[in-house]
Ligand binder design. Structure first.
Ligand SMILES: [Zn+2]
Length: 362
């Protein structure tokens, strides 16, 4: 996500904080300063928010680590003022696994709440004046209540929130995945409208959540439809067969010639018959500015090269594009290069498909 800073890497997952999150902290500090007038009030207020967001991060780790058990990696976790987002590579295809992954987040909050209950019970926080109570209401008690709230709020069936994912998974047991996603997305958007309405009346924060749910539901529904449209198409039917290649020991000047004489921007780099990298425009420009046009292609190419067999479905290619930064994917037949494919190929194919469907309808 743009405008996000990496603050930590835990269990192999990068944690980012979005710039707007800092604005929230500054804004809240001012509110606490105005209300309390002391630095202590500010520290206690901001400290509470930071602990609350620590709970949110743990919630996201609940999803991420459970998904890992099903072999799904998490690209990163980003903290936004409205909560956290764990960017999973994909959701499990098995609805039962999706339910477990979705439940794991709220379950973490309930465990935190239980631990806080035990700790503050031992301290007698619910009976006597609590030593940590720097603002009104016991500090730990408020944190406990917020964790219970987080668990319950996330279970509201507003797809793509956790409760909505559970709903989608339950629907997907009975109907196909695309239809289940569409139904869950419409329910999610109806709830988002309600959030928006309540937000205008009571709490502006709900408006942000409404927007997040609305946009998220629309994007997921579109993505599901797209994937199902692509699932029946083979990679070989959409790939480019007319393209230029570079040899790993050719100089960058060859890439300059090819770029200027054609429209191709990303070139597969071969060593013998094997694709060992991709030279894109940014790598080319970087190489030219650092070492000049006589330096070797292999020195500057991107080494992380993705390849698929031509008989695979296009859905797999789309997933690869969504989960990596690569611009082209090499298409192979029993190991040797037969074509390349980029996102534009997929878009072209979809346009052609929909035009032909239109023709049939007429
Ligand atoms: Zn969650």
């Amino acid at each position: 996500m743009k405008w996000s800073w990496k603050i930590a890497r835990i269990a192999g997952i990068d944690i980012y904080v979005h710039a707007t999150f800092f604005i929230l902290i500054v804004w809240l500090s001012l509110i606490y300063w105005k209300a309390g007038g002391t630095l202590l009030a500010v520290f206690s207020g901001v400290g509470f928010i930071l602990l609350l967001f620590t709970s949110v991060v743990l919630h996201e780790f609940g999803h991420a680590l459970t998904a890992r058990r099903f072999g799904i990696r998490t690209r990163n976790i980003t903290l936004l003022p409205i909560g956290g987002v764990a960017l999973l590579e994909k959701m499990p295809d098995d609805p039962r696994e999706e339910i477990i992954v979705a439940l794991a987040g709220p379950a973490v909050n309930l465990v935190i709440a239980l631990l806080l209950f035990i700790v503050s019970g031992v301290n007698g926080a619910f009976i006597s004046a609590e030593p940590l109570a720097l603002a009104d209401g016991g500090f730990l008690q408020r944190l406990m209540l917020m964790n219970i709230f987080l668990a319950l709020f996330n279970l509201i069936p507003a797809f793509p929130m956790d409760g909505g994912r559970i709903l989608r998974a339950i629907l997907a047991i009975r109907m196909d995945h695309v239809r289940a996603t569409q139904v869950a997305a419409s329910i999610g958007q109806s709830i988002a409208l309600m959030f928006g309405f309540l937000g205008v009346l009571y709490n502006p924060f709900l408006i942000f959540i409404a927007l997040f749910v609305w946009i998220g539901a629309a994007a997921e529904a579109q993505n599901a439809t797209l994937k199902s449209n692509l699932s029946g198409v083979k990679v070989g039917d959409a790939m480019q067969t007319n393209y230029e290649i570079l040899d790993s020991d050719e100089p960058l000047s060859r890439a300059v010639d090819l770029t200027l004489s054609g429209t191709q921007k990303d070139f597969p780099v071969l060593s013998g018959q094997k694709v060992i990298g991709v030279l894109g425009q940014s790598e080319l420009l970087m190489g030219l500015s650092h070492k000049g046009k006589h330096s070797l292609t292999s020195e500057f190419m991107q080494r992380d090269v993705q390849s698929v067999e031509s008989t695979e479905s296009l859905q797999l290619v789309l997933e690869r594009f969504q989960n990596s930064d690569c611009k082209i994917i090499a298409v192979t037949e029993s190991g040797s290069l037969v074509g390349i494919i980029d996102l534009e190929n997929i878009i072209e194919l979809l346009k052609i498909q929909s035009a032909m469907h239109e023709r049939i309808r007429k």
